[in-house]
Structure formats: C-alpha cells, structure tokens
Design a protein around this ligand. Structure first.
Ligand code: ASP
Length: 319
C-alpha cells in the first residue's frame, strides 16, 4: 500500500509517542513518595524532606526543606553557610528550584544569605522573573525578610588562606572543594520537584557561576517524565545542558541510570582528555520513582529515602 505524506506524518507521530508510553506503561508499580539527593549530606537532607513527604506534603516543600539542611550547616564547606570562598575570599552562592508545573526560580552570585534555595523559591513565586543575580538578588532577599549574614567561617577562611600560598586554580575530582546538593522528590500525589544549591567551585574567579543555578544544566524537572540534577565541574555540565538532556533521554525510554550514563558519555566525547581529571555526576528520578546515577570518577554518593529506609548508594562510574 502506498503511504501518502499525510499517512506518513500520522505514522511518525504515533511512533515518536511510543517510547514515552512504553517506557512508563511497563512499570505499573510506582514508588512514592521518594526523595533522592547528592552526596553523603543527602542522608540528612532526605530526613528533613521526608518529614514533609511522609505527611502527604508537596514535593516542592520537601526539596526546599532538604536543601536547607547542608545550606545551614557551617561544617559543610561546599554549600551555604561555611562554603569555601572564591579566590578573593568572598562566599558567593548559587541555587535553583523547579516544581511540577514547570515553575522555576534561581539566584546566582548571591552573597550574605544562608538559604539561597529559599530566595530562589521566592523569585519563582513572587516575581515575574526566573533568575536574579548578585547585588540585585541580595537586595530582593533583604527586602523579603532574609537576614544579611557573614558566611565565611573561621575554618573556611583558614582553608582559603592556605590555598592562597599556592593560589593555583585546578579543579580536581572529588576533592572537598566542590560538591553541590541536588535533591529530587516525588510526592504522594505523584508530583515531581527539584532543588539544587551550592557555593560552587572553591577559589573560583570572582563572578564565576556554574551549572547549579541554571535550569536545564544543574536541575531539570518534567512532571510527565522525571527529574535530574548534577554535581561536579559545572562548566562541562552547562556545555551539554546536562539535566535537560538526562530528562529527554528518559523520555526516549532510557532508565534513569542509563540516561545519566549517556549524558556523561556526551561529556567524555567532547573532552576525552579533560574528563580523566575532573568529576561530573548526574542523579535522576523517574515519574515512577525509579532512580539512578552515573559519574565520571568513583566516589560520587547519593542518598535515597523511600517508605522503607534512607540509604546511601555509590554511583556507578566510568573510571
Ligand atoms: N556543580 C558545582 C559548580 O560547578 C560544583 C559541584 O557540584 O561540585 O559550581
């Protein structure tokens, strides 16, 4: 039978809709609620998020509450209060948040505020915009009740002064001078949200912003498909718009782990030499509550809290 152009278009539309349907129809059982987050501090973040999810609360509230845990902990030197400073000794923070309806809010290069994730949420809910940076972000935060605080702790200042002796800007895999909390949740109602917050790469150039506050790079949520977040050298994640890519790969029928792996492989393809000495990790959660991660170097951990337990996993890695 001859396929007319009209028929052909109908057929291809049906075919392109297939992977989504087949990928998610296969798994009838949905694991929810569930919250997953990056690195060891994800365990404590998950606990806080769980208090909301267990009561049937909204995933957006859960991810914000979870992200605030490492932000407020002065001992965590890669997020919020106590974060390692830039090379001029200033702590500058980046964060973003995204909900089930595709609403987004973000702040970057924000100083003096302990909880950038909550400022990002306020940008999302109280303004016509999606991103505020630097002085403007601070002004907005202060006008909305956030307190101006000193974020540089004695310990972080000491580490910076030590770094100044050599002063080499050299991103190395898994050293303590970077690590972001990315947190993704699926609530009882089946809605997904995510948040991501960091002090960025330690001793970065003043004004440097990484992937973490950039929707599509450091975080992406599509309530039909799934959510993803990232950690590691943000420049490489931005280059491939990493988290949007991971979600789109899930849309094509890949499992969360497979989607994270394909995104990491895209980074490897573009920088076959550089990837040997840097870390990048992706973490993803599907609409069914299936999760997975993949990273370049060994050592990326993530925490998963479901109805049974709050457990730390080691991500599969390329090297
Ligand atoms: N992705 C963050 C950034 O590039 C840092 C990290 O997660 O290690 O700012």
């Amino acid at each position: 039978m001859k396929t007319t152009r009209r028929k052909f278009l109908q057929l291809s539309a049906a075919a392109s809709a297939l992977p989504i349907a087949s990928a998610f129809a296969k798994q009838a059982r949905v694991t929810k609620p569930i919250v997953i987050s990056t690195w060891n501090f994800g365990l404590r973040a998950n606990e806080e998020a769980w208090k909301i999810l267990a009561k049937g609360g909204r995933s957006l509230d859960a991810v914000e509450a979870g992200a605030r845990v490492p932000e407020g902990d002065p001992k965590e030197t890669s997020v919020g209060l106590g974060g390692l400073p830039d090379r001029d000794g200033k702590v500058t923070l980046d964060a973003c948040i995204m909900d089930e309806n595709g609403n987004i809010g973000s702040v970057a290069f924000l100083e003096h505020v302990v909880h950038p994730v909550s400022v990002a949420r306020m940008v999302m809910e109280k303004t016509q915009h999606v991103m505020l940076v630097g002085e403007g972000a601070l002004q907005f935060a202060l006008a909305n009740g956030f307190k101006k605080e000193k974020l540089l702790t004695k310990e972080s200042e000491k580490a910076w002064k030590e770094w100044l002796k050599e002063g080499k800007y050299k991103p190395i895999a898994n050293i303590e001078n970077h690590d972001t909390i990315g947190i993704l949740a699926l609530d009882e109602k089946g809605n997904l949200s995510g948040a991501c917050t960091t002090s960025g790469m330690a001793y970065k150039m003043r004004g440097r912003v990484g992937d973490s506050p950039i929707i599509g790079a450091g975080l992406y949520v599509d309530n039909e498909i799934g959510a993803a977040t990232s950690t590691g050298v943000g420049e490489e994640v931005i280059r491939i718009v990493g988290c949007h890519l991971v979600v789109e790969l899930m849309r094509q029928g890949n499992s969360p782990e497979q989607a994270c792996k394909l995104a990491v492989e895209r980074i490897i393809q573009k920088n076959p030499e550089k990837v040997k000495v840097i870390q990048v990790g992706f973490l993803a959660l599907s609409k069914n509550g299936e999760f997975g991660a993949y990273c370049l170097q060994k050592g990326f951990t993530f925490a998963v809290h479901d109805v049974n337990e709050n457990k730390l996993y080691n991500s599969t890695s390329r090297f």
